[in-house]
Design a protein around this ligand. Structure first.
Ligand code: THU
Length: 160
């Protein structure tokens, strides 16, 4: 038996001031994307922005449906749109935030487990770490790799 330990190093900011310019700009794009959210059921308007290897930014927002499971989170909307539009490019970073009642939420808008799993595969396709920026009014967290928010992600292995 071996007891092992995981250590996650990340940055925490109390406002957008002081953030790296590229991270800040991506988070602002995510905030901007909340305006296209369709969330009449939850009132929780999530925005995501993906930075591609050539500098292109692809935005996405949550799209709800009256048949609840038919909707999609902002992160997966953005990730799938990015892969579909730019299959030859790699992803470098993803930022996510949310608004309620027209105001950015206070606590960071964390990606759900399913979105983290999709992000993990995007990182595998990219072949290098994807930065993850998770923002709220009270604090913004920057992770250097998807592994830091989803260790032990599922990987399909035909050989078992
Ligand atoms: N939502 C996202 O867009 N991203 C997440 O990672 C978690 C949840 C959306 C789904 C739904 O439209 C709303 O937030 C409330 O759950």
């Amino acid at each position: 038996m071996a007891e092992k330990r995981l250590i996650v190093t990340y940055r925490e900011y109390t406002s957008m001031d002081g953030m790296d310019e590229a991270d800040r700009s991506l988070l602002e794009s995510a905030l901007d994307a909340t305006s296209s959210s369709y969330a009449p059921y939850s009132g929780y308007h999530v925005g995501a922005a993906v930075l591609m290897s050539d500098g292109t930014i692809v935005k996405g927002s949550n799209q709800e449906n009256s048949a609840y499971p038919s909707g999609l989170c902002a992160e997966r909307t953005a990730l799938f749109a990015a892969h579909a539009a730019y299959p030859e490019l790699q992803m470098r970073a993803l930022a996510v935030t949310a608004c309620r009642d027209g105001r950015m939420v206070s606590e960071p808008a964390w990606p759900c487990g399913a979105c983290r799993q999709v992000l993990a595969e995007s990182q595998k396709r990219a072949g290098e770490p994807i930065r993850v920026i998770v923002g709220g009014l009270s604090r913004i967290l920057v992770f250097y790799s998807v592994d830091d928010i989803l260790p032990f992600s599922f990987e399909y292995n035909k050989k078992g």
